[in-house]
Design a protein around this ligand. Structure first.
Ligand code: ATP
Length: 636
C-alpha cells in the first residue's frame, strides 16, 4: 500500500551534499567553541604523550642495553625511562577520559539544540505541511536522524583531529628515524585515499536509503499502532497484512544496515590487513640493509621503534581513511535535518503585526470577498480540477452573533473556518477581526481571540485536569469545576476512578464521543475566547448525549461570536444568519424562516434531511426545541 504523498522527498542520497552543509555544521558548534578548543587541546596533548613511549623504547635499546656509558648511569636511565613508560599511559588515559567526557557533553548539547530547533521549526510549520507529510516521517527525522548524527559529532569529529595529530606526528618521527623505511611503509597510502573516497560515496548512498527505510518503518508503526490504526486493522481483519507490510520494510532495513556496516568494516579490514603486513616488509628491508651494509646507521633501537610507531599508525590511519566514509553518512543525515529546517513557515507574523488582546476585541468577523484554493499537486495526475475551493465569500458575523454554515459535503465549510485562525492564508480578499486583516494581527493574538471545537475531539493522554488546563494554564480548581459543570461533564468526571486526575487514555479513547466533546467544550469555556468556531459532530450521538452536548454548547456560545458548521437543527434555528454554501460559494443567506420561504437549495436540503420538516414529538430523551421539533438527524 503506497504511503500518502510526501510533501518533500526524503534526502535523496544520490545528490551531493548541499553546498554549505559542512559550514552549517560548523556554525552549530559555535556556542561551544570554548569547549571544542579545550577538547582539541586535550587531543593534542594525548597524541603527544602517545609518542613518548615508542621513543623511550629506542632509549632502552640503544642507550641502556646497547649503550656504552657506566653501568650505574645506565641503570639509573633504565629506571627513569621505565618509570616514565608507566606514568605516561596513566596521564594519557586520564586526559583521554576527560576529553571523551567534554566531547560527549558538546555532542549531546549540539544534538539537544538540533532537536529543539527542529521541533520548534515544525511547531510553526503550516497545516499544509502536516496534511501532506506522514507523521512517522516527521518523527523519524526528529529522533532517528538527529540521533544518527551523534556518532558523527562525538566520535568522527574528534577522532579526526586526534587521528590527524597522531598520524602527522608519528610520520614525522618515522621520517626522522629513517625516511627510506617511511616511504616503504606508506607507498601504498594514495591508493587507499582514492579507495576511501569511492567507498564513502557508496556508504552515503546506503545511509540515505537506510534513514529513508527507518522513516518508512516508523511511519508504519505510528500509523498502525495508534488507537485509530489498530481499530481499523482489527475491524477489517487486516492484522496479517499489516504484519507482512511491517516485516517487508523491516527486512529491507536490516539488509541496508548490514550493507552499511559491511561497507565501512570491509574497507577498514583492508587497511588493517595492509598495515599488519607492512612490518614484514620493514623487517625484510631493514634486515637486508643491516646484513649487507651494517654501517648504514640503522640500529636495533631504530627498527623496533620504527615498527612500534608503524603499528601505532595503523589504527588512526585506518580510521582517518574511514572518516571520509563516516562523514559521508553523517552528511546524509545532516542533509535530511537541514532540509526540514530550511522549509519555509509561510504563515508567519507580518512586519508590524499588532497584538490584540481578547479584552479589547469585540469579535466582529468579516470575510471580505475571500478566495482560496488548496495547492494543486501538479504532474502526478491527482491535482484537483476545481479551480477555487472558496470563491468570493463575503459576510460579516457581528459580535455575539451565531452564523451557521450549511451545505453539502465538500462545499468548503471546514475550509472557510480554517481561514480565520490562519491555518491557511486566503489567496484573495481578507478575513478580518474587528476590521483588521488577520494577517496584520500577531498569530499568537489570533490564537488567543479564537476558540475552536472540532468534530474530532483531540485530547492528550494525560489527566482530565491537564486536558482542561490546556485552555487556560492559570485556571484554578474552582474554575475547572465551574467549566466542567457548564459543559455538563462534571458529574461524569466525578464518576471516574480518580475524578479530575483520571487519565483519559490515548487520544481520549477511554471517554465516549459525547464525553470527549463536552470535555473539549469545557476546555474552550476555560479559554473564554471572543470568537468561537464550532464544527458540529456529524457522528450520530445518541439523543441523550446529543442533548448534553447541546446544553454544554449553549453557555459557550453566549456572549461571543460563533461561526458554526451546523449539522443540528437546533443550531440552525438559533442562528442569526444561515449561509448556504455550495462548491465554495454562498448560494443563499438569511434566517431559517426566510430561506424556507425562498424555497431554494437550503429548503430542499432541509426537507430532505428533516423528513419534510414534520414536527415530531418524542420521548424525554429527544431534544425539544423552541419550535417543538425534535432533532434526530443531522443536516449537512
Ligand atoms: P464536509 O461537510 O464533508 O466536512 P466541507 O464543506 O467542510 O465538507 P471542506 O472540508 O472545506 O468541505 O472541503 C472543501 C473541498 O476542499 C473538498 O472538495 C475537499 O476535497 C478539498 N480539500 C479539503 N482539504 C484539502 C486539502 N488539505 N488539500 C486539498 N484539498 C482539500
Amino acid at each position: 500500500m503506497p504511503g500518502p504523498h510526501r510533501m518533500i522527498p526524503p534526502g535523496t542520497p544520490e545528490q551531493p551534499a548541499r553546498p554549505g552543509t559542512f559550514r552549517r555544521i560548523v556554525t552549530i558548534f559555535k556556542p561551544y567553541k570554548g569547549k571544542v578548543a579545550f577538547v582539541a587541546l586535550l587531543i593534542l596533548i594525548t597524541s603527544g604523550i602517545g609518542l613518548i613511549n615508542p621513543l623511550l623504547i629506542r632509549v632502552v635499546f640503544d642507550d641502556v642495553i646497547g649503550g656504552s656509558g657506566p653501568r650505574d648511569d645506565r641503570m639509573q636511565l633504565l629506571f627513569l625511562v621505565t618509570g616514565a613508560m608507566v606514568l605516561t599511559p596513566i596521564i594519557g588515559g586520564l586526559l583521554g577520559l576527560w576529553q571523551t567526557y567534554t566531547n560527549n557533553v558538546v555532542g549531546q548539547s549540539v544534538m539537544q539544540d538540533l532537536r529543539n530547533s527542529l521541533y520548534s521549526h515544525l511547531q510553526n510549520m503550516p497545516l499544509k505541511f502536516f496534511t501532506s507529510t506522514r507523521t512517522g516521517e516527521i518523527q523519524s527525522r526528529l529522533s532517528n536522524d538527529v540521533g544518527g548524527v551523534q556518532g558523527v559529532l562525538t566520535d568522527t569529529a574528534s577522532s579526526l583531529l586526534a587521528n590527524m595529530t597522531t598520524v602527522i606526528s608519528t610520520i614525522v618521527t618515522m621520517f626522522i628515524l629513517s625516511w627510506e623505511l617511511t616511504v616503504l611503509s606508506l607507498a601504498i597510502l594514495p591508493v587507499f585515499l582514492v579507495l576511501s573516497r569511492k567507498v564513502g560515496k557508496v556508504r552515503r548512498e546506503v545511509s540515505g536509503q537506510t534513514q529513508e527505510s527507518l522513516a518508512d518503518l516508523t511511519a508504519i508503526m505510528q500509523e498502525t499502532l495508534s488507537v485509530s490504526g489498530i481499530l481499523l486493522s482489527k475491524s477489517f481483519g487486516r492484522q496479517n497484512y499489516e504484519i507482512d507490510r511491517f516485516r517487508k520494510e523491516n527486512r529491507r532495513l536490516s539488509k541496508l544496515e548490514v550493507k552499511r556496516t559491511m561497507i565501512g568494516r570491509g574497507f577498514f579490514a583492508l587497511v588493517q590487513i595492509f598495515f599488519s603486513i607492512t612490518p614484514a616488509f620493514v623487517y625484510l628491508v631493514a634486515g637486508w640493509i643491516f646484513l649487507n651494509n651494517p654501517g648504514a646507521g640503522i640500529t636495533f633501537g631504530t627498527i623496533v621503534t620504527f615498527t612500534t610507531l608503524q603499528s601505532r599508525l595503523f589504527f588512526p590511519l585506518g580510521q582517518l581513511l574511514n572518516v571520509n566514509v563516516e562523514v559521508q553518512s553523517g552528511l546524509a543525515l545532516f542533509d535530511r535535518i537541514f532540509e526540514y529546517l530550511d522549509m519555509e513557515h509561510e504563515i508567519i507574523d507580518r512586519d508590524g503585526a499588532i497584538e490584540l488582546t481578547p479584552a479589547e476585541t469585540s469579535g466582529r468577523v468579516r470575510f471580505n470577498d475571500v478566495w482560496f484554493r488548496y495547492e494543486r499537486q501538479s504532474g502526478d495526475g491527482t491535482g484537483d480540477k476545481r479551480l477555487w475551493t472558496i470563491s468570493g465569500v463575503d459576510f460579516t458575523a457581528e459580535p455575539g452573533e451565531l452564523v451557521a454554515l450549511v451545505g453539502p459535503s465538500g462545499a468548503g465549510k471546514t475550509t472557510l473556518t480554517y481561514l480565520i485562525p490562519r491555518l491557511y492564508d486566503v489567496d484573495r480578499g481578507a478575513v478580518q477581526i474587528d476590521g483588521i486583516d488577520v494577517r496584520d494581527i500577531r498569530l499568537e493574538s489570533v490564537g488567543e481571540i479564537l476558540g475552536v471545537v472540532t468534530q474530532e475531539t483531540y485530547l492528550f493522554n494525560t489527566t482530565v485536569r491537564d486536558n482542561l488546563r490546556y485552555g487556560n494554564p492559570d485556571a484554578t480548581d474552582a474554575e475547572l469545576e465551574e467549566a466542567a459543570r457548564a459543559a455538563h461533564i462534571y458529574d461524569r468526571i466525578m464518576e471516574l476512578p480518580d475524578g479530575f486526575d483520571t487519565t483519559v487514555g490515548e487520544r481520549g479513547y477511554r471517554m465516549s464521543g459525547g464525553e470527549k466533546q463536552r470535555l473539549a467544550i469545557a476546555r474552550v469555556i476555560l479559554k473564554d475566547p471572543r470568537v468561537l468556531i464550532l464544527d458540529e459532530a456529524t457522528s450520530a450521538l445518541d439523543t441523550h448525549s446529543e442533548r448534553l452536548v447541546q446544553e454544554a454548547l449553549r453557555p459557550l456560545m453566549q456572549g461571543r461570536t460563533t461561526i458554526a458548521i451546523a449539522h443540528r437543527l437546533s443550531t440552525i434555528l438559533a442562528a442569526d444568519k444561515i449561509l448556504y454554501l455550495d462548491r465554495g460559494r454562498i448560494l443563499e443567506r438569511g434566517s431559517h424562516a426566510d430561506l424556507l420561504t425562498a424555497g431554494g437549495a437550503y429548503a430542499e436540503l432541509y426537507h430532505r434531511q428533516f423528513s419534510d420538516g414534520r414536527v415530531e414529538t418524542r420521548c424525554e430523551d429527544g431534544l425539544v426545541l423552541a419550535s417543538g421539533e425534535v432533532v434526530q438527524e443531522s443536516l449537512g
